[in-house]
Design a protein around this ligand. Structure first.
Ligand SMILES: Nc1ncnc2c1ncn2[C@@H]1O[C@H](COP(=O)(O)OP(=O)(O)OP(=O)(O)O)[C@@H](O)[C@H]1O
Ligand SMILES: [Mg+2]
Length: 373
């Protein structure tokens, strides 16, 4: 794990009661004929880390802009800590904001950029300087306050933007793809730093990313958006393992979708007919539609021996590709093309040359969902 350069302890206000509840009630945004956000109901609890995840154009930035007060909504109400803020300008909403293009003022030093947020809030000059220095220290840039943005790396500029968003002790942070410009290593480091900071402060965060790994790693809850609407919301593991539709399943990574017909539904469990793969018990979250499929993530398919009990059937190996840490196998089984992913270190341990190849899965790893497409 990378050592964090941001320390939560040094933040004034640490240990204060969690605050920063954000609530959107039936919020819509129309641009002419374009419905960017469509009757959205969304709540971020105090101290919660909620990520909006969705394809380009699904309304994530528009949602953030309305919460921040940079865009006016067409309908609905936005509340912060229970108070409607619809008529408040951005600076009076007590939200720290880092947006897609974090736009530091190029002619100001890092310190002046951070101070600017306090100047806007009419904090007296001597206090301003001290608080800005503290905020830069918190993001590990204590010695770089005098530098202009162009004299800082992308990651350092990102931290200045974060310091600027935190310096006035906001109730909540709105972060719209704050790490889009960073390379993988810096990104992962910043992810950990933001999490540390958020936990230390008990601050709530509304976060936007395109990156599903980032969403999985950072969030208490993922809200999946499509066409200005929420299609599913829940803890990361739940949304990943129990998608309600094939669209959500595929958006959140690779999956095997096996069309099925329902034989029986009993609360959390269903019995389905998977055609050539036979009957199987699967998880059921009650999604209802016209056509159904079962989703099994490639890492949940396992090589088995015929003798082992449970869901499974004979399979033929089509190809194996080494991806570094994992190996992706393509198989056919029961007339379906399937993907199985295993750790490289486990590769082949279950495939013996003369043995018939079987694949199987645990019932609780197979999810019944609605086929939209
Ligand atoms: N000022 C505008 N005028 C007209 N349409 C707009 C405007 N801003 C956004 N839109 C439209 O609203 C929809 C939602 O845009 P938004 O920027 O919220 O998407 P997003 O989910 O943030 O996408 P991305 O992942 O690409 O940042 C899109 O169809 C977009 O074209
Ligand atoms: Mg956006």
């Amino acid at each position: 794990m990378t050592a964090s350069v941001i320390s939560a302890e040094s933040i004034p206000g640490t240990g204060r009661a969690a605050q920063g509840a954000i609530e959107l009630r039936q919020v819509s945004k129309h641009y002419g004929d374009v419905v960017a956000v469509d009757e959205l109901d969304l709540t971020v609890q105090p101290g919660e880390f909620v990520t909006l995840l969705g394809p380009s154009g699904s309304g994530k930035t528009t949602t953030m802009m309305m919460v921040a007060g940079f865009e006016e909504h067409t309908a609905g109400t936005v509340l912060i800590d229970g108070r409607p803020v619809d008529s408040l300008p951005p600076r009076d909403r007590n939200l720290g904001v880092v947006f897609q293009n974090y736009a530091l003022f190029p002619h100001m030093s890092a310190l002046e950029n951070v101070e600017f947020a306090l100047r806007m809030r009419k904090v007296p000059r001597p206090e301003r300087r001290q608080r800005a220095e503290e905020a830069l220290g918190r993001v590990g840039l204590g010695k770089m306050g005098g530098r202009k943005p162009r004299q800082l790396s992308g990651g350092q500029q990102q931290r200045v933007a974060l310091a600027r968003a935190l310096v006035f002790n906001p109730a909540a942070l709105l972060l719209d793809e704050p790490m889009a410009a960073l390379d993988k290593r810096l990104r992962e480091q910043m992810q950990e730093e933001i999490k540390t900071l958020q936990k230390g402060l008990g601050i709530s965060v509304l976060f936007v990313t395109h990156d599903q790994d980032e969403a999985m790693a950072m969030s208490d809850r993922i809200v999946v958006m499509k066409d200005g609407k929420i299609v599913q919301s829940g803890p990361p593991e739940e949304v990943y393992n129990h998608p309600l539709t094939d669209w959500v399943a595929s958006f959140l990574g690779d999956t095997n979708l096996i069309p099925c017909t329902i034989v029986e539904r009993n609360g959390e469990e269903a019995v389905v007919d998977l055609g050539g793969l036979g009957l199987a018990k699967v998880r059921d979250r009650g999604a209802s539609g016209e056509n159904y499929a079962v989703s099994i993530r490639p890492e949940h398919l396992k090589f088995k021996t015929r003798a082992s009990a449970g869901n499974g059937c004979a399979a033929t190996l089509v190809s194996s590709t080494n991806l570094g840490a994992t190996v992706r196998h393509r198989l056919t089984a029961g007339g379906h093309e399937l993907q199985l992913r295993e750790l490289s270190s486990d590769q082949g341990t279950r495939i013996l040359p003369d043995e018939e190849l079987w694949v199987g899965w645990d019932a609780d790893k197979a999810q019944l969902l609605v086929l939209e497409s």
